[in-house]
Structure formats: structure tokens, C-alpha cells
Design a protein around this ligand. Structure first.
Ligand SMILES: Nc1ncnc2c1ncn2[C@@H]1O[C@H](COP(=O)(O)OP(=O)(O)OP(=O)(O)O)[C@@H](O)[C@H]1O
Ligand SMILES: [Mg+2]
Length: 640
């Protein structure tokens, strides 16, 4: 299938635009995709800040407990063994410092007093660990500590109730876990108490419950993400897990409540709580996907007991990604539509002058020589093409007219020649025999005439003039007979040379310089050597006559039309032919030479000969400058 130039142009434009558009889209999408891992990395770094704030929180609890342990009433009361007397100031200290728990042990770690609930006795297992650590290391120890539900009940019913968070099922969360609803997670600090001699008197330990307390998560959220919301949801989410259960978070459930009691996903649970490693990937939390970072929270023995987690709402970035993609696609396809229309008009505009040129060429081919194209407003290259086309048409028209005129002239000349030929042949035939008789009888009379005297002289004159008439009649007959040429392969250069040689020695040529400009490898022609030589002789004699024996005769031979023609031109520097005579020089009997000097048959004979050889004979002349006869003969097509 052939595609038109206009469509090709159009397709070329459009394909460039499509390629560029697609490239932009791919690049844009790639760029957006590249940003996701970077955001994920940011979340990982944010987790460091969250951890720091968590540590500060522990340090704060540690300071409060340490400073309380340094108070005099404790030292003195313990030294005295007055435990009951310590209750009131301890209760007051707990309330002032807003601690959820404040307990006192003796130097062995056995419980002496509980400031929150003086009735309850008995050391809890979780607290024992941190107390023993403070006793053995003789310094303040602070850590995250998880109290099992039954331990909390031992501390205080009300505290256990405060810590109670029941499991709320959500999609993608761990299923069927064995979760203790009453378990509580504390930031706990234990400070040893010494007397003035440095003797260990006991340990004061206390701390804050994390269950259902949001000041930490909100502070981290504010510090890192601010209050930014996306479609009613917090973009940044901070969560503290007790085991796999959310106990403090700013993530919300679909009903808009804090999503405490919901559980972490199975894979995060395994990675962080079971294996004790951190997690930095996308994860499903509560009811959405987040770009998250989780790390374990460990108790004093280094066992993971909870999780600190951060998440950035993935949907916001996905939406941004999708929006960017749509924008890219819209820009690409919008651009494509606009540029396709532009290309279409552009291709049409570019093609319009070419189309009109094609139409004009077709009309020209059909023979309409009046065809013209108006391309002045087209691009310069095409305008030049248009001008060239118009010039070409004009010159074809001119040539056509010239050719027509020439053909007509030649036709007329041929007609004239044929007519005169017939007439001359008739007359010559009639005159020939009487002339023969005149010649015969004048010779007989001459034989009988006296040797001297006017009579012999007159008879001589009769014989001479009759001979001349005979010659004229002979050439007339020759002219009329138009003998068919006896063709053979000829070297034109050779024929020309031998013709010139015939004359060179003659008196008329003594002061004529002959210049030969032959093409050495001239193709041969098929022609009658005698006739061709006759033509050259006629032309050369005429030239010598015109130069009155003095001047330059230039003979040139060339091949033309890809060796299909041989062109012979013979120029002289003679008097030239006036324009009014040019038309007639090929006519029989046209001569400017005086009576008895020329018959006027030379050129008409030559013309006929060349024509019968399938060639042409033309003349160019300028009065006072010279004359050039150009004979064109078809070259032989045989192997030469
Ligand atoms: N080279 C030339 N320069 C000037 N005039 C020429 C030349 N050749 C031909 N003519 C003119 O053309 C006329 C016709 O020439 P053409 O050869 O037919 O006859 P002619 O030379 O006059 O007589 P003939 O050739 O029969 O002796 C000439 O009389 C002459 O006026
Ligand atoms: Mg002549």
C-alpha cells in the first residue's frame, strides 16, 4: 500500500509527538514511583525521633522517682523502722507527681508500702524484676514494664480497670490471639534509698500507665507530622502496642474513636514481637494501608513486650501518584490531540502548493501548455519550484511554437521542391534531346568550318553555351531523379578530409586557412559516399565564393544525442547571407551569383540528399561576419 506524502508527513509528526509524550509519561511515572521508597525511608528515620521522645518520657519518670527517693522523710522513716508513718507523705507524693503507681520495698526487695492502695499487700512479679535490678546495681533503673492483669488487680482494682482495653477485631489483624484485657504497660523507675552512711534502706519504685494515655502519641504526632489530615484521616499515625494490642494511638476507627484494642497484623507481629526485629514496609493498620516503621519495646530483661510504631497514610501518596499519572496522561493526550490537529493542518499547508504543482504537471502532461502555478506565497523552496515550472512551461510552449513553424516551413519547402522537381524534370527531358542534336550538329559544322574566321568562333561559342545548357539540364535531371542513396558505413572525418584535399591546391583556396576540429572517435554513419561528398563540396565552394578567396574555413565534427547523431558544421568568415535571402537559399535556382556563375541548384540538391539520409541541413548566418552550415546525420547503430 502506498502512503501519500501528506499522510507520511502527518504520521511522521504524530509519531514524534507520541514518542515524546509516552517518554514523558514513563519518565513521570518512574519519578513518582521513585518517591515512594524515599517516603518509606523518611518514616524509618522518624521512628528514631519517636524513640527519643519515648526515652525522654522514661527519663522524666525516672527523675520523678529518683527525686522522691532522695527525700528526708523516707530516709528517716526507714531508718527508724516507722513504715506506717511513711504512708501519708508517700500518698501525698504520688498524687503530687501524678504517678499511677508508687511503692516502697525494704532492702531485700520485699514490699513495705503501696501508696495507691495501702490495703493490698504482696509484691507483683513484673515489679520484682526492676526492683532487684535497682538493688543489685545500687542505682536508679527505668524501663518499660508490663503488668499482667492479675498483677494489676493485686496493685489496685481501679488501676486494673483503667488499664482494661478489650480486643476490637479489624481486617488484616492477628486472629484468635490470647490477649489479656487487663494487662497494663508502665514506664517504671526504681530508685534505691540509702542512709547517711550509704547503707541500703530500701527501694522506691513507681511509674505511669501507658494504657489509654495519649499525651505521648499526640506529642510525637505533633512533633513529626503536625495536625495534617487527609480525607478526614490523620496522615501521620503514632502507636504504642502492648504485645500486639494498640493501647495508645492517634489512629481512628471508622466511627472516629481512637483505635485502641485493635491488633497489629500477623506479619508485623511475627517480625517485631517474635523475632525482635524492626519492620519498615507498607503494612495494614486498623483499616488502611500505611508506610510504616515498627520496632520492639523491651522490658528490663530485653524481651520484646510491646511495639512502637509509626505510619504515614499510603492513600495520600497513592492518590498523589495517581493524580500525577492522570495529569501526565492528560497533558500527553491533550497535547497529542492539539498537536495532531496542528500537524494535520501543517501537513495540509505544506502539501497544498505541492498538490497544485502536481495538478499543473498532470494538466501539462495532458497537453495544456497554458498551465501556470501561483506559488508566490508558498515556502521559498517550493516557490522556486513553481517559478521553475512556469519557466519550463513557457519554454516548452516557445519550443512547441518554433517546432510547429519549422515543420510548416519544411513542409512548404518540400512541396515546393517536389513541384519544381517535377516541372524541371519535364522541361529537362524535353530540352535534353534537342540540346543533344544542337551539340551534335554544331560539332559537325565545326568540322566543316574553315580553320580561321568568325564562323568557327561563333560555332565554338554555340558549342560552349550548348555544353553549359547540357550541364544545367543534367543537374536538373539529377535533381529531379532524386536517386536513392547507395549507403555504406562511412567515416565522416575521412570524407571531409578528402573533399578539402580536392580544393586545397586550387587557386581559389590559396589564401584560405582551413581549420579542422574533428572529434576523433566520431561514430560512423550509413550514407552514400558520393552524395555526401557532393554536399560537402557544394557547401565548401559556396564558402570559398563568399570569402572571395580569403578567410578561415572551420570544419567541426561532433557526436550528439548520446552518439546517435553526427553533427558537421562548416563555417566561413565570408560576406554572410542577408535575412531576406535566408529563406530562399535552399530553393532551386536561387542564386546571387551572376549569370553563368551559379545555377542556384547546389544547396537545394544538398538539402534533398541530407533529407533522404534521414538528417537535416540548417544555416546560421550574419551579414559581414560569416555563415555556418550545420548538417546532422544519424549515426549508424551497428557495432563499429
Ligand atoms: N557560404 C555562403 N555565404 C554567403 N552566401 C551563400 C553561402 N552559401 C550559399 N550562399 C547563397 O546562397 C545562394 C544559393 O547557393 P547555391 O549553392 O544553391 O547556388 P549557387 O552557389 O549560387 O550556384 P551553384 O551552386 O549552382 O553553382 C548563393 O547564390 C549565395 O547567394
Ligand atoms: Mg553553390
Amino acid at each position: 500500500m502506498k502512503v501519500s506524502l501528506r499522510n507520511r508527513l502527518f504520521l511522521a509528526f504524530v509519531s514524534v509527538i507520541v514518542i515524546v509524550g509516552l517518554l514523558c509519561t514513563v519518565l513521570g511515572v518512574g519519578l513518582i514511583h521513585y518517591t515512594m521508597p524515599r517516603i518509606q525511608e523518611e518514616v524509618r528515620l522518624d521512628l528514631n525521633s519517636a524513640r527519643e521522645i519515648y526515652q525522654e518520657h522514661i527519663a522524666h519518670v525516672s527523675d520523678v522517682v529518683r527525686l522522691t527517693a532522695l527525700r528526708i522523710f523516707l530516709k528517716e522513716g526507714l531508718s527508724r523502722g516507722d513504715v506506717d508513718g511513711l504512708l501519708a507523705p508517700l500518698v501525698e507524693a504520688r498524687e503530687r507527681e501524678s504517678l499511677d503507681l508508687l511503692n516502697l520495698t525494704d532492702a531485700q526487695g520485699d514490699l513495705l508500702l503501696k501508696a495507691r492502695n495501702p490495703e493490698e499487700r504482696g509484691q507483683t512479679e513484673a515489679a520484682r524484676q526492676i526492683v532487684e535490678k535497682a538493688l543489685s546495681e545500687k542505682r536508679v533503673v527505668a524501663s518499660t514494664v508490663v503488668f499482667a492483669g492479675e498483677d494489676l488487680l493485686k496493685e489496685d482494682d481501679e488501676l486494673a480497670e483503667l488499664a482494661r482495653i478489650e480486643v476490637v477485631p479489624t481486617p488484616h489483624a492477628r486472629s484468635n490471639p490470647d490477649v489479656d484485657d487487663l494487662a497494663g504497660m508502665f514506664l517504671l523507675a526504681a530508685a534505691p534509698i540509702f542512709d547517711d552512711e550509704g547503707e541500703l534502706l530500701g527501694v522506691l519504685y513507681g511509674g505511669e500507665l501507658l494504657n489509654g494515655r495519649y499525651d505521648y502519641v499526640d506529642k510525637v504526632r505533633d512533633d513529626i507530622y503536625g495536625q495534617e489530615k487527609y480525607r478526614g484521616r490523620e496522615v501521620g499515625v503514632v502507636t504504642v502496642f502492648l504485645g500486639e494490642k494498640r493501647i495508645a494511638t492517634n489512629a481512628v476507627t471508622p466511627t472516629g474513636e481512637r483505635a485502641i484494642g485493635t491488633l497489629v497484623s500477623e506479619e508485623v507481629y511475627r517480625r517485631v514481637l517474635v523475632e525482635g526485629k524492626s519492620w519498615t514496609e507498607r503494612a495494614f493498620a486498623v483499616n488502611d494501608w500505611y508506610l510504616t516503621a515498627y520496632e520492639p519495646i523491651c522490658d528490663p530483661s530485653g524481651t520484646p513486650v510491646g511495639i512502637l510504631g509509626l505510619g504515614l497514610l499510603e492513600r495520600k501518596f497513592k492518590d498523589m501518584e495517581r493524580k500525577a499519572l492522570w495529569i501526565f496522561l492528560a497533558v500527553t493526550f491533550g497535547g497529542l490531540a492539539v498537536s495532531t490537529a496542528t500537524c494535520f493542518f501543517l501537513a495540509r499547508t505544506i502539501m497544498r502548493p505541492i498538490t497544485s504543482l502536481v495538478r499543473a504537471t498532470k494538466n501539462l502532461a495532458r497537453g495544456n501548455l497554458q498551465e501556470r502555478v501561483e506559488l508566490d506565497r508558498a515556502p521559498p523552496e517550493i516557490a522556486v519550484l513553481g517559478k521553475a515550472f512556469n519557466t519550463m512551461v513557457a519554454s516548452i510552449r516557445e519550443r512547441d511554437e518554433q517546432l510547429q513553424q519549422q515543420t510548416q516551413e519544411e513542409l512548404m519547402r518540400s512541396d515546393r521542391l517536389a513541384m519544381i522537381g517535377q516541372l524541371a524534370a519535364g522541361v529537362a527531358h524535353e530540352i535534353n534531346n534537342p540540346l543533344g542534336s544542337i551539340l551534335l550538329f554544331s560539332r559537325l559544322l565545326l568540322q566543316q568550318a574553315p580553320r580561321e574566321g568568325v564562323m568557327r568562333e561563333n560555332l565554338h561559342r554555340i558549342e560552349k553555351e550548348t555544353k553549359r545548357c547540357h550541364t544545367i539540364v543534367q543537374s536538373l535531371l539529377e535533381f529531379a531523379r532524386q536517386r536513392e542513396p547507395q549507403v555504406e558505413l562511412l567515416h565522416v572525418n575521412g570524407i571531409l578530409d578528402s573533399t578539402v584535399q580536392l580544393f586545397e591546391s586550387q587557386f581559389l583556396f590559396h589564401n584560405i586557412e582551413v581549420v579542422r576540429d574533428y572529434q576523433p572517435d566520431l561514430p560512423q554513419v550509413r550514407a552514400d559516399p558520393a552524395q555526401v561528398q557532393q554536399v560537402f563540396m557544394n557547401i565548401i565552394i559556396n564558402a570559398a565564393d563568399a570569402m572571395k578567396g580569403k578567410g578561415t574555413l572551420t570544419i567541426t565534427t561532433r557526436s550528439a544525442d548520446a552518439d546517435k547523431q553526427v553533427v558537421i558544421s562548416i563555417s566561413d568568415t565570408g560576406c554572410g547571407i542577408p535575412p531576406e535571402d535566408i529563406e530562399r537559399i535552399f530553393d532551386p535556382f536561387f542564386t546571387t551569383k551572376g549569370v553563368g556563375h551559379g545555377t542556384g541548384l547546389g544547396l537545394s540538391l544538398s538539402y534533398g540528399i541530407i533529407q533522404r539520409h534521414g538528417g537535416s541541413l540548417r544555416v546560421n548566418s550574419e551579414v559581414g561576419v560569416g555563415t555556418t552550415f550545420v548538417a546532422v546525420l544519424p549515426a549508424s547503430e551497428e557495432e563499429q
